[in-house]
Design a protein around this ligand. Structure first.
Ligand SMILES: Cc1ncc(C[n+]2csc(CCOP(=O)(O)OP(=O)(O)O)c2C)c(N)n1
Ligand SMILES: [Mg+2]
Length: 337
């Protein structure tokens, strides 16, 4: 069962977002991530994760504008994108824990999960490259005459990568149905965006003639409105858009920061962004009894999710190279098997 199975589907082309559904998605992502961090501390998720805590309104608001057949290309900080798109949370948690029951049988982990049943084609750990893959998927959809739209997420650290700019160029040149969403959380690992980006994020899109704007990424309903406009444009043949979402991650870059204290931001800065917590902003739009019902239901579901993940077996080491290649592309004779 997916996150979206449990709530009425948001009308894909509705101009009015469903406040309670957005609240539930944000709450689910927040608590999923907090439970995942607990599993890292308990040694059940051994590789660690990049939590998206603080950025949930971007995933919730953006993905709520899509149809089921639309495609999401995610990033290394992608659990929220997957959950919002309808990925089975139990199988996602099992994937983070490297279990055989994971959405990618434990091969993708937190960095590279894909869920073709939810049309999340991949979460590339190679910063910026998803934007070029998104152009390719958009081209395939456009040439097939499909109404499919591609939503491509990446961080501020991606905007000076060559592959991303090549993707922008082709998407603009061929008017591809791609919506580029930059989650500008102010840092690429420990490097402040201001020390890494010449010009602006929005300027990257404008250079290619792509309609581009900067949006408050802490407010899911503002995100929804901006992305909806871009999705409508893409679906009607109007080509790509770029939306910079101004947001913030409350946790470290990666859970390795639980052990390694990296001094790259002031607590006062974190506190000021905590004052614009996307969960609280959306909670204020939902009646208290409805919120209590959603919170209890989310917690009960996550109890099942965690139980499923930790009870699942690890993959058999003898199968380590299975499922890594398309049919017919077996490893060469003599390579590790
Ligand atoms: C091409 C490439 N360079 C470096 C890395 C290592 N790396 C992983 S995440 C990351 C920071 C990315 O920052 P940003 O794009 O802002 O995303 P955020 O982590 O803030 O969500 C880096 C440098 C990588 N995965 N790929
Ligand atoms: Mg960043």
């Amino acid at each position: 069962m997916s996150v979206l199975d449990e709530v009425p589907a948001t009308e894909a082309d509705s101009a009015v977002p469903d406040s309670a559904a957005l609240y539930r998605t944000i709450r689910f992502i927040r608590r999923f991530e907090e439970r995942a961090v607990e599993l890292v501390k308990a040694g059940e998720i051994r590789s660690g994760i990049h939590p998206c805590i603080g950025q949930e309104a971007v995933a919730a608001g953006a993905v709520a504008t899509l149809d089921a057949d639309d495609v999401v290309l995610s990033s290394h900080r992608g659990h929220g994108h997957l959950l919002a798109k309808g990925c089975d949370p139990a199988r996602l948690m099992a994937e983070l824990a490297g279990r055989a029951t994971g959405i990618d049988r434990g091969r993708g982990g937190s960095f590279h999960p894909s869920d073709f049943s939810a049309n999340v084609f991949n979460a590339t750990g190679t910063v910026g490259h998803g934007a070029a893959i998104a152009a390719g998927i958009g081209w395939a959809a456009a040439t097939a005459g499909s109404p499919r739209v591609v939503l491509s997420f990446f961080g501020d650290g991606a905007v000076s990568q060559g592959a991303l700019l090549e993707g922008f160029n082709l998407a603009a040149l061929w008017r591809l149905p791609v919506v580029y969403v930059c989650e500008n959380n102010g840092y690429a690992t420990t490097l402040p965006a201001g020390a890494a980006i010449a010009g602006t994020v929005v300027g990257r899109g404008e250079a290619f003639g792509i309609p581009s704007s900067s949006v408050d990424g802490q407010d899911a309903e503002t995100v929804y409105a901006a992305v909806r406009e871009a999705v409508v444009r893409a679906r009607s043949g109007g080509g790509p858009s770029l939306l910079e979402m101004r947001t913030y991650r409350y946790h470290g870059h990666h859970t390795f920061e639980l052990k390694t204290r990296l001094r790259y931001r002031e607590q006062s800065e974190v506190d000021s962004w905590l004052g614009r917590d996307p969960l609280l902003i959306q909670a204020a739009r939902v009646a208290e009894d409805e919120r209590a019902r959603v919170d209890a239901e989310v917690e009960a579901r996550l109890d099942e999710v965690v139980r499923f993940a930790v009870a699942s077996p690890y993959p058999d080491p003898a199968t380590a190279t299975d499922h890594l290649h398309a049919d017919g592309l077996r490893p060469r004779p003599g390579s590790a098997r």
